[in-house]
Every structure is written in structure tokens, then in C-alpha cells.
Design a protein around this ligand. Structure first.
Ligand code: PAF
Length: 281
């Protein structure tokens, strides 16, 4: 496994693969890898000849009062996990390698970045799209794999790939959950045992919404009402949003008729967690 900390090193590795006609799959991450990331690596390995994983906590997607500094990092563990999965390259640049002095060009996020998480995290998707576009330009993958826990991120990236005519396919991959139902996230590391238990209210709320839909309920207000009620019952939880949006432009749906993303963001103590499901009718 190659480990490249500079853009030049990473480009040299992928260029040599490309010269042999190998198909490259990229798994962009911010490190602190968990089973969710490993499932993306497995999928990439099944569909591509070589897998590259980027490990980069991207400063431009964090707001000034967010957790950039304390975001969990464990490169030694990440590299062991990647090696065990047969990853061919880890690209792990320092912030100054990705954003050298004078770096001034950013991707303007599309309208679908403004609702949901975009409302409380202005600039977040601009940072995500910028860094992912840079990773795409540096590593030139044929395929790139993203988890659907960050569904809005996936839809924004898909739109960027379409709008900018990028020569790759972005692949949405299912959220991986603990046996309790809690969606895996590097930020779960912030939760105390009590908070982790409280965080199950996200799964409970989404399950409630799904059972209402299964029972034939289609009114957004009733479905979101059930989510809000479930979260309100958990004393450690505070709801940031619960929304139902169609999966094209991410605009609000009042009635479930087309494919709909039901997405929530909940604060458990100091930790902000997100989760969702996609209803396909
Ligand atoms: O989902 C993430 O971990 C990050 O937003 C990504 C896509 C690696 C960009 O920094």
C-alpha cells in the first residue's frame, strides 16, 4: 500500500495505474474509519481494480464554531484498516498541501445545498464540493463512493458531477448501523454512554415515520409530527430539523408521492447527529 502526503506523490501513483488501464475507485474520508467507511472500501474493491482512500479532515467544510480541531483522528489505525482491506493508496495531505497560501478558488454550491444541513452550516457544502472536486482532479477516479447517511452531501456531489461534466460515477452506498440501529459516524466518538443511549431516539423516530408510511400515511405533517414527538420524549435530545424533501431538488414535500428523503438533525448534548431514510413508495 502506498501512502502519499503530497499531491505530486498521489498523482504519480494513480498515473502509473492509469497507464496500465486499471479502473480506480476512490473512497473520500475524513479518517477515523469505521465499518461504514469499510463498507465503501469493500464496494470499491468489488467494482474497481485499485482502491484509493483519502484521509483528510477538510478545514473548509467546518464553520468557525464547529469541531475541526477536536474532530477524531487516528491515522495509525486508519492505515492498518486500509492495508487489511487491500487498499492501494492512502492520500493523506496536510491542510497546507490542499490549500497552499494564495488558494482562492471554490466551488459555488447549488441551491440544493441551502436547506436541511445547509441552513445551520452555511459554507459547509461549498467546502465539501471544493475538496471533493480537488480530490477528483488529483486522483482521477473512475468511481467514487459515498455513504447515504450524508444524503444531502451525496445529492450535491451528484449535481456537481453532472453540472461540471466530470468524467466519473458517484456511487451512493447504504448507511451502516450498529445493531442498536444507531447510524455509524466518526462523531459518535464524542458521545458518553448515556448520550449514546439517548441517540437511539434518532432511529426510533425514523422507524416510527417508516411504519406510518407502511401503514399508508402520506401527509408530511403527520409523518414529521411523529418524528418531532419521538425526539421530544428524549430529555438529552434537541431537534434541529426534521424534513421531507423530494430527492431531485431537495424541495419540501407536503404529501408523499414521489421518492422522498426524510432527514433529521438532532443535538445530543454537544454532539450534532444526522440520519435519514429514502422513501420510494
Ligand atoms: O463525508 C465526509 O467524510 C466528507 O464530507 C468528505 C466527503 C470526505 C469531504 O471532506
Amino acid at each position: 500500500m502506498e501512502i502519499a502526503a503530497t499531491v505530486a506523490q498521489a498523482k504519480a501513483v494513480v498515473r502509473s495505474w492509469r497507464s496500465h488501464g486499471l479502473k480506480l475507485g476512490l473512497v473520500p474520508t475524513m479518517g477515523y474509519l469505521h465499518e461504514g467507511h469499510l463498507s465503501l472500501i469493500d464496494r470499491a474493491a468489488a467494482e474497481c481494480d485499485r482502491v484509493a482512500v483519502s484521509v483528510f479532515v477538510n478545514p473548509t467544510q467546518f464553520g468557525p464554531n464547529e469541531d475541526f480541531e477536536r474532530y477524531p483522528r487516528d491515522f495509525a489505525k486508519d492505515s492498518k484498516l486500509c492495508a487489511a482491506k487491500g487498499v492501494g493508496l492512502i492520500f493523506c495531505p496536510e491542510p497546507a498541501e490542499m490549500y497552499p497560501p494564495g488558494h482562492a478558488t471554490y466551488v459555488e454550491a447549488p441551491a440544493l445545498a441551502t436547506g436541511l444541513c445547509g441552513r445551520s452550516r452555511p459554507g459547509h457544502f461549498r467546502g465539501v464540493l471544493t475538496v471533493v472536486l480537488k480530490l477528483f482532479m488529483i486522483l482521477e477516479p473512475d468511481m467514487a463512493y459515498f455513504g447515504l447517511k450524508d444524503a444531502q452531501q451525496f445529492f450535491c456531489l451528484k449535481k456537481m458531477v453532472e453540472d461540471l461534466n466530470l468524467n466519473l460515477t458517484v456511487v451512493p452506498c447504504p448507511t451502516v448501523r450498529e445493531s442498536s440501529g444507531l447510524a455509524l459516524s466518526s462523531r459518535n466518538a464524542y458521545l458518553s454512554a448515556e448520550e449514546k443511549n439517548a441517540a437511539l431516539c434518532l432511529t426510533k423516530a425514523l422507524n416510527k415515520a417508516e411504519s406510518l408510511l407502511k401503514a399508508g400515511e402520506r401527509r408530511g405533517e403527520v409523518i414529521l409530527g411523529a418524528i418531532k414527538e419521538t425526539i421530544a420524549q428524549e430529555p438529552l435530545a434537541s431537534l434541529e430539523y426534521a424534513e421531507a424533501v423530494e430527492t431531485g431538488q431537495l424541495t419540501e414535500v407536503k404529501e408523499f408521492v414521489t421518492e422522498t428523503l426524510v432527514a433529521i438533525a438532532v443535538h445530543i448534548g454537544q454532539t450534532r447527529l444526522i440520519d435519514n431514510f429514502i422513501w420510494r413508495g
